[in-house]
Design a protein around this ligand. Structure first.
Ligand SMILES: Nc1nc2c(c(=O)[nH]1)N[C@H]1C(S)=C(S)[C@@H](COP(=O)(O)O)O[C@H]1N2
Ligand SMILES: [Mo]
Length: 320
């Protein structure tokens, strides 16, 4: 029977002695190479360090003195803890770059600056805004909002931006304008999946004028107190917190006022799964899954889904 004191020789002898110096040196070098390969491999496997996912999306945008913006006291408490910044940046939807959630791995080619936003259609003052003037023209503020993706994941994040209604007012819509259409950028050379046929690029979304001028509708240029990361829709995106996340078009280049409702991206691709209105509603299941609960990014915690994502007091009247 083996006794504790029957230690194999190698347990008490330094490996450089029992292996011989040359073999030991070889082993040390091989182990070092394996560790280095492991670090490389880790980049390809799901995850990425917190630093990786944030660094990958950073853009040099003129933000001097604009961030962080003053919090709007009406929207400082979303009733849930903030999602960690890296968890939000790690898990994003941006089909122009990838159908995986790891969009941060694919945005290196994206150049969201310089940037213009063209406002056209049924308005008295059509205008093309340079992004740099836009962020100085409208006072920026911070709002903590809940976000609910139609896929049943959710997050709570601090956006920086300005009310969409401010921009709507500035361009003076005609009385004939009933809808607002938002178009994302169209640059297949910067976003590889835009070359894949079968999708109605560019990404488009739409709201009624009443929705677009609701206090909650927001144009975000920042998140977590600095300019938007590429994967979140730099340099400017829509945020419509009472609707499923796909309504919040990223990297917007055009806003058009129309009399008729325009076609929208997901509604065109799968009309039976993604309707135009898309208000968050726990009692209407998606054809393939329940919408009764949601999973918080980062913690994985499950929460009951709230009608209008909890924003009923602001918007329920729009739908009566
Ligand atoms: N242009 C564009 N905008 C988009 C999308 C997209 O694929 N392309 N995905 C939408 C979806 S489904 C969601 S849930 C939100 C996600 O925003 P986030 O990735 O910044 O959390 O962006 C929306 N805006
Ligand atoms: Mo989504």
């Amino acid at each position: 029977m083996s006794q504790p004191w029957d230690l194999p020789e190698r347990a008490v002898t330094p490996p450089s002695v029992y292996l011989g110096r040359r073999r030991w040196l070889k082993w040390v070098l091989a182990a070092g190479a394996a560790a280095a390969a492991g670090a490389g491999l880790r980049r390809l496997l799901p995850g990425g360090t917190d630093e990786d996912v944030i660094k990958a999306g950073e853009v040099m945008l003129p933000g001097e003195g604009l961030y962080p913006a003053a919090p709007n006291p009406k929207f400082t408490d979303a009733g849930r803890p903030l999602t960690a910044e890296a968890e939000a940046a790690r898990y994003t939807n941006f089909y122009e770059f990838s159908i995986t959630k790891e969009v941060w791995r694919y945005v290196n080619t994206f150049r969201p600056h310089p940037w213009t936003v063209q406002v056209r259609g049924l308005v008295h003052r059509p205008r093309t805004f340079d992004f740099d003037e836009l962020v100085k023209m409208f006072p920026l503020e911070e709002r903590i909002y809940r976000h609910r993706c139609v896929e049943a994941w959710a997050m709570v994040v601090p956006w920086t931006g300005f009310p969409l209604g401010d921009l709507v007012k500035a361009v003076e819509p005609m009385t004939s304008a009933k809808y607002v259409r938002f178009a994302s950028f169209d640059r297949p050379e910067e976003a590889s999946r835009m070359s894949s046929r079968g999708y109605p690029w560019p990404y488009t979304e739409g709201l009624t004028i009443a929705e677009a001028t609701n206090e909650l509708a927001f144009l975000a240029t920042g998140l977590y107190g600095h300019p938007l990361l590429k994967q979140h829709g730099a340099p400017i995106r829509l945020v419509v917190p009472w609707k499923y996340g796909f309504k919040s078009a990223k990297s917007v280049v055009q806003i058009e006022f129309t009399q008729e409702r325009s076609a929208t991206f997901w509604n065109t691709v799968q009309p039976h799964e993604y309707d135009f209105e898309a208000n968050v509603n726990p009692s209407v299941p998606h054809p393939r899954w329940s919408q009764a609960t949601e999973r918080m990014l980062g913690t994985g915690e499950r929460r009951p889904t709230l009608p209008f994502n909890g924003y009923g007091p602001w918007v329920a009247d729009l739908y009566r």
